[in-house]
Design a protein around this ligand. Structure first.
Ligand SMILES: [Zn+2]
Length: 445
């Protein structure tokens, strides 16, 4: 057997087994054949990363900054060039829509973000958007018209608290609008500067059930895929994150004249607490993580016993109950430390907490099958980092695809994913979109 026939024969056999009837078989052949243009995608990633590039090679494109606005203009014109219907919603989300064959069907959303952390990398967020655009471009070039409308969504200010996706989920707390963003503008001023309307962000909310499904391709930002030499991550869910500000009150006093046995040292109590947090979190099986990332001691002088310590506590896990049970055990430990050190500890929850968001099990199957059919290795794994998908999970079934981050490095100029991995991830995204369009959500194929 020669050339093209031999190369598509295995796919045809699989299709013959899987497909219910000949009419779907015809449309499915376009599904298995379609591939992204990896070089074009790599070029686009380079090009977008030049907007906000700093001398050290990192990308400074925090939300609402000049670079963010410039990058958004670049994406807007790209979407228009592809002939999509483009608009910016009240929360500043960019939405590019390609109509489907059947009017009235709910859209398939494909999204991510293009803002970065200060001195960030080229791939976090940008990959998901540029791959989504590449997929829609290829679908157009292949002259495939999907049944469902396709919508590319560039969510506003992801790194500053997933503002755009929270608004789309109808869950952006009003008070957040007044808070300062990394750009120096308030969130409200920022939303206005990118074409949204802070007074009307509630209108950006989309009703539950009016989105067929949401897909996001992202770099892993951890090292599991890279260290296990696996090509594709099928994300099981995004861990929930809870934060507390812990205030520890002791008694400030003279460091020279106060004997050791009559001190109420807030910083000493804090030290005991930090160790206790680590012991509680590591004391049970699972992937949960707990971190004290910030600490401040007052008055902060070498010759004064610290009277007040304020520290941060963050807990993450795929199950909300797990986070709660860890927290309760930490509180028990805190009580014992209060007594031992003569201090008082107060735990203040910081909102908004993000709830764990499992991905849709049927979509995991669609993604896994897409990867298998492309001959790619895969791993099911949780996401320890937050993503826009977790907010959209309240509106629609979500699916997430990860590609390896070399060395597990992210939020850094050293963030890197190989072009072949970028291309593989984008092909899995493309295949998943087409499979979704052809009913994999009902049939799990
Ligand atoms: Zn991201």
């Amino acid at each position: 057997m020669k050339g093209p026939l031999r190369s598509i024969l295995p796919a045809l056999i699989i299709l013959a087994i899987l497909l219910p009837g000949p009419s779907e078989a015809r449309s499915d052949s376009s599904v298995t054949k379609a591939r992204v243009n990896g070089q074009r995608l790599a070029r686009q990633i380079e090009k977008l990363s030049e907007i906000g590039r700093n001398p050290g090679g990192g990308v400074d494109r925090v939300a609402f900054s000049e670079a963010d606005i410039k990058a958004r203009e670049y994406i807007l014109s790209y979407l228009r060039k592809l002939g999509l219907m483009v608009h910016v919603d009240e929360a500043g989300n960019i939405i590019g829509r390609k109509e489907g064959k059947e009017p009235g069907l709910p859209p398939i959303l494909i999204g991510s973000h293009i803002d970065t952390v200060p001195d960030g990398g080229k791939y976090d967020g940008a990959l998901g958007i540029l791959a989504a655009i590449e997929c829609v471009q290829v679908i157009g070039e292949q002259k495939v018209t999907t049944r469902y409308p396709l919508e590319i969504v560039v969510f506003s200010d992801e790194e500053g608290g997933s503002i755009g996706s929270l608004a789309m989920a109808g869950e952006l707390p009003a008070a957040v609008i007044q808070t300062k963003s990394q750009s120096g503008k308030t969130i409200g001023e920022g939303i206005r500067s990118i074409g949204g309307d802070p007074a009307k962000v509630a209108l950006a909310a989309r009703p539950r059930g009016e989105i067929r499904a949401y897909l996001e391709l992202h770099i892993e930002q951890g090292g599991r895929l890279d260290s296990q030499k696996t090509e594709i991550g099928v994300v099981e869910g995004i861990v929930g994150i809870k934060h507390w500000e812990v205030r520890i009150e002791g008694v400030p006093n003279h460091a020279g004249t106060t004997p050791m046995n009559s001190r109420h040292d807030a910083l000493l109590a804090a030290s005991h607490l930090i160790i206790a947090i680590n012991q509680v979190v590591t004391g049970v099986p699972g992937n949960q993580v707990g971190t004290v990332g910030r600490i401040r001691a007052e008055p902060g002088a070498p010759n004064v016993i610290p009277g007040l310590v304020v520290l941060s506590l963050e807990l993450r896990d795929l199950a909300e109950e797990k986070i709660q049970s860890l927290y309760l055990r930490i509180r028990d430990e805190a009580k014992a430390i209060e007594q031992k050190t003569g201090t008082k500890m107060t735990f203040i929850p910081i909102e908004p907490a993000s709830r764990p968001a499992p991905t849709d099990p049927r979509l995991r199957v669609c993604i896994a099958r897409a990867a298998e059919n492309l001959g790619l290795s895969k791993l099911f794994l949780p996401s320890g980092a937050g993503h826009d998908a977790q907010n959209i999970a309240r509106l629609a079934p979500i699916g997430m695809i990860f590609i390896p981050s070399v060395g597990g490095i992210s939020h850094s100029p050293k963030e890197y994913s190989r072009p072949e991995d970028v291309e593989r991830g984008a092909n899995v995204l493309l295949q998943t979109i087409l499979r979704l369009d052809q009913g994999c959500l009902q049939e799990g194929r």
